[in-house]
Design a protein around this ligand. Sequence first.
Ligand code: NAI
Ligand code: MG
Length: 351
Amino acid sequence: PRPDAVSLAVIPGDGIGPEVTAEAVKVLEVAAPSGVKVEQNRYDLGAERYLATGEVLPDSVLAEIRGHDAILLGAVGGRPGDPALPPGLLERGLLLRLRFELDHYVNLRPSRIYPGAASPLANPGEVDFVVVREGTEGPYTGNGGAIRPGTPHEVATEVSLNTAYGVERVVRDAFARAQRRPAKKLTLVHKTNVLVHAGAVWWRITQEVAAEFPEITVDYMHVDAVMIHLVTNPSRFDVIVTDNLFGDIVTDLAAAITGGIGLAASGNVNPDRTAPSMFEPVHGSAPDIAGQGVADPTAAILSAGLLLDHLGFADEAAALEAAVIADLAERDPGRPRRTSETGDAVAARLA
Ligand code: NAI
Ligand code: MG
């Protein structure tokens, strides 16, 4: 990247995507270091584009997106059940394709209960952990098929792919993140007692990499037990590293206990920086509230903070998060806010 500018590919998407992305960009512009210009190119991709043109992610668009320093995504998707949108089309053709093509092997989901955020747990304690979910392997690679589809004799497979290379690079990233955090703890999450082949790879490589990080306390938990502990004792976690499918499930529960979908941010990260990383709120396009100007843009704003951190602007990222924390503490739960009010309030704190 150039020292005086960051180039962003912005994919606002569908529904509330454009509404929350506008606020994230607004905040990003004031949060970026002085002297660094935020340059944006907008790409209209998602359900609307598909319904209008039949295109999901043209190769030429992917090539252009690849030329940026980072990607900011809102959300894509139409109304669930819309017969004009084949199931899985946007997930496979756009979201997963971007992750695979740009080698986003770390799916990062910070999970904190901020002061003032409403957790459904009565006494959650201090909750501040991060889930490092593998992003390019597991059962999400499309390695499967069906024979005799639609008949009583249908056979369907969805094979989980686990390479030593893929496991090692994500485990290494998780250890490096644990090393930078005060608690210095890493929990491997899997189901090694039943999924013995994949489990053995994750277990062995975690032990091997652990030997290089003597300061880190390492433990292991089965994914079903994690469902219990996230609800009864979430403060025990610091860094969780896990495979693609388990991570998908763990992070939704993590979002729920930390104050809900309006706050959950994520990054699809290529730590080797061979392609731009992509930052997005965890939530979808929320067709039920789209166009009303009431979506909470906080998750999108926090995702922009992860973007700053990834680009090396750690102080600015911390300031952005602090501004969000201060803003959360000041919100009146009895008075729902407009989407732009939250963006304005956070931006004003940073200006
Ligand atoms: P959703 O996350 O869009 O909505 C679930 C519920 O949460 C809705 O009641 C919605 O109003 C509420 N909600 C979500 N974000 C909110 C926000 N920022 N502020 C306030 N309320 C918020 O999930 P849903 O309904 O399952 O999916 C809707 C569409 O989004 C589908 O087409 C789905 O495929 C797509 N989707 C896209 C994702 C992405 O782009 N990464 C992720 C998840 C879903
Ligand atoms: Mg999910």
